[in-house]
Design a protein around this ligand. Sequence first.
Ligand code: ATP
Length: 253
Amino acid sequence: MSEESLIRLNDVHIAFREREVLTGISLDVRPGEIVTLIGPNGAGKTTLVRVVLGLQIPDSGDRTMKSGLRIGYMPQKLHVDESMPLSVKRFLSLTGQPEQQIMSALERTGVAHVMQSPVHTLSGGELQRTLLARALLHRPHLLVLDEPVQGVDVNGQKELYHLITELRNEQGCSVLMVSHDLHLVMASTDRVVCLNQHVCCSGHPHQVRQHPAYLKLFGGESEELAVYTHHHDHEHGVDGHVIHKHDKGSPHA
Ligand SMILES: Nc1ncnc2c1ncn2[C@@H]1O[C@H](COP(=O)(O)OP(=O)(O)OP(=O)(O)O)[C@@H](O)[C@H]1O
């Protein structure tokens, strides 16, 4: 593992009932960077997150992490039993953290007012911010966020991505997150990994959104592509590096 990486996966393969879900995935997260996993439904994003967290053991391949690494995790789904109402305070106290820490985490994510509310009554945005506060309570070196803006309207999504960037800047942690929308997350990410069972392409978000493999997956749906007018004289390799037309073989996809 590079000295720099907090966590690294090398050539990870996973199949469920003989169906390949992840093939040959290599990925690392370095200190302080925000890495976004993007890919269509069923691409294997959550499975990959579970491998990173050590919750899913790969059929083959390695996972190495820096010793003593603390990870804060925000899951994609939270099952809340309405017949057993659980307040936010009680829910967050299950982390073992004292009330004062819980309050300051909720304050930092902008939802101190929900401290006494039952979890099942929270709005989409309040729930996401509560889950983010819960992840922060572990004082993580790495925040792993599985679709942190789901159930939030577009303005709320922008605010939440902005908050995630602020938290990274304040706390110096790294972030690995899953997103469906490259356009919304572009300003808040250092590196994008485009996944569809395998890593289709990766690199700086501006490079990835021009990559043939990304366009093949998202070309028809992507709002920003309709207004995209930049003409360039090169293409990008699978890791986003520039391939000039004069030294290009066939395009990567
Ligand atoms: N434990 C499991 N057993 C069998 N199949 C599984 C299991 N976990 C995931 N899968 C399958 O693996 C594939 C990838 O699922 P995964 O949840 O990783 O995709 P995703 O990219 O996160 O999708 P989405 O964007 O819809 O959340 C899906 O076809 C899913 O049904």
